[in-house]
Each structure stands twice: as C-alpha cells, then as structure tokens.
Write a protein that binds this ligand. Structure first.
Ligand code: AMP
Length: 281
C-alpha cells in the first residue's frame, strides 16, 4: 500500500493511474478502522481497479471540542487492517495540509440538514461538506463508498455532488454490526465494560420498532422508544425519528412514504452513538 501525507504527491500518483485508464474507488474515513470500514473497502475493490482510503479526523465537522480531542486515533493498527484488506493507497493529511487557510464555505442542504444530526450537531454537515468536497477534488474518484450507518450523511453527500456537479458515483453500503447487534463504530472503544454490555439495547429497540411498525402508529412507536431507552439509566435519548428515507423529513404515518427509516441517537455515558433501521421497503 502506498501512503501519502501531501496532496500534491497523492495527486501526481493518481494522475498516473487515471492515465492508464484505471478506475478509482474512494473510501473516506476518520480512522480507528473496524470491519464496517473494511466492508466499504471490499465493495470498492469489487467495483474499481484502485482503492484509495483516507484517514483524516476533520476538525470542522466537530461542534464539540472534547469529542474531537477524544476521537480515537489508531494509525498503526489502521495501516495493518488496510494492508490486510488489500487497500492500494492511503491518504493521511494533516489539518494544515487540508486547511491551509480557514474554509469559510457555507453549504445549505435545505431540508436535509435541518433535522436529526443536523439539528442536534450545529455545523456538523457543513464541516462534512467542506471536507468531502475537498477530498473529492483531490482524489477525483470514479466511485465513493459511504456507510448507511450514517444515513443522513449519505443523503447529504449525494446532495453535495449534485449541487457541485461532481462527477463521482456515490455508493451506499449496509451497516456492519457486532454479533450482539451493536453497529460498529470507532466510538465503541470509548465505552466502559458496563456501557458496552448495555449498548446492544439500541439495536434491540430498533428491531422491536420494525416489528411493531406493522401495527403501531408513529406516535406509539416514539413513545415505545422513549420508554425503552429511559428504562436504562446509562442511556439517554438524543432523538428518535421515523422519516422519509429520501427527504429525511419526519412522517406522521408509516404508509406516507415509499421508503421509511427509523433513526436514533443516544448518549451512553459520554459517548454519543447513532444507528438506524429501514422500515420500508
Ligand atoms: P467514519 O470513520 O466513522 O467517519 O466512517 C467512515 C465511513 O465508514 C462512513 O461512510 C461511515 O458511514 C462508514 N461506516 C462507519 N461505521 C460503519 C458500519 N458499522 N457499517 C458500515 N459502514 C460504516
């Protein structure tokens, strides 16, 4: 695997590959890699000649300074995992390399970024749009791979490439879970043993929601989730929403949309976790 720290070096290498007509698949990450990230690399390897992975903990998407400071950084282990996954190229820029000057661009995704994560983490998706647009400009991939775990982020990235006319195909990939159902996340390593034991409640609750969605109303499902989460003293609910999977707007009736997803954000101790489950189709 070739490793690059500087934009110009990476660009020169990728230009050579593009000139050989090789297709480039791109997997942007913030590191502390796990099997969820590996699944994106594997999908990219199936569909593209060359797979580029970036590891960059993007400061502009963190609205909470201590969350940024505590974000796990495990570069040596990440490199081993990427080598094993047969990733071709790793790009790990510094913050100075990515932001030689402050990025003052303001993006507006209309209704998409006003709900859920957008409503609860001010400026988060603006930071995501800043870094993803820069990374796409540097890597110029044919395809880029994002997890459905960050369901709203996937929708924002699709809207971003449309807005900026970026010629990259965005591929959404399924959520990879631990055997007990907990969605894999870099943040899971920050859970205490007791918190980790509690964590499967999140997906258990979502699975129950899917089952109950056949007979319960949206209001009843929300009450159910509020009750399930509040029963556990380690958990606190940030939000639970049932939304149209395309517009991401909350719906009052499950039958109102053709594609429906239930999204949750909880605090477990001081670790914030998100997850979701498709209800329809
Ligand atoms: P992150 O490093 O958390 O910014 O995630 C990088 C990419 O990996 C994003 O597209 C995430 O949606 C994706 N990802 C993170 N966790 C998972 C998971 N458990 N399953 C599938 N994709 C994931």
């Amino acid at each position: 695997m070739n490793k690059y720290y500087q934009i110009d070096d990476l660009k020169a290498n990728l230009l050579q590959l593009r000139n050989k007509n090789l297709t480039i698949g791109f997997v942007p990450t913030m590191g502390a890699l796990h099997q969820g990230h590996v699944s994106l690399i594997q999908q990219a390897k199936k569909e593209c000649d060359i797979v580029v992975c970036s590891i960059f903990v993007n400061p502009t998407q963190f609205n909470d300074k201590s969350d940024l400071e505590k974000y796990p950084r495990t570069l040596d282990a990440d490199i081993v995992l990427l080598e094993n996954a047969l990733c071709d190229v790793l790009f790990t820029p510094s913050a100075e390399e990515m932001y030689p000057e402050p990025d003052n661009r303001v993006f507006d995704f209309e209704r998409l970024d006003k709900v859920m994560e957008g409503a609860h983490r001010a400026g988060h998706f603006n930071g995501v749009a800043q870094v993803v647009s820069k990374l796409f400009d540097i890597v110029q991939p044919h395809k880029a791979y994002f997890g459905q775990k960050d369901f709203q982020q996937l929708a924002i990235v699709k809207a971003l490439v449309k807005k900026l006319n970026i010629g990259v195909e965005i591929i959404g990939c399924p959520i990879i879970r631990e055997t007990d159902g907990l969605a894999m996340s870099s943040r899971n390593v920050r859970l205490s043993a007791e918190e980790r034991k509690t964590a499967p409640v999140i997906f258990q609750t979502l699975s129950k929601v899917k089952e109950l969605s056949k007979k319960y109303t949206v209001r009843e499902l929300k009450t159910f989730v509020e009750k399930e989460i509040s029963q556990n003293t380690l958990l606190s609910l940030d939000y639970f929403e049932i939304v149209d999977a395309i517009s991401l707007q909350p719906i009052d009736n499950i039958t109102e949309a053709n594609e429906v997803v239930a999204c949750i954000a909880v605090k477990l101790g001081n670790v914030r976790l998100i997850d979701n489950i498709i209800l329809i189709p």
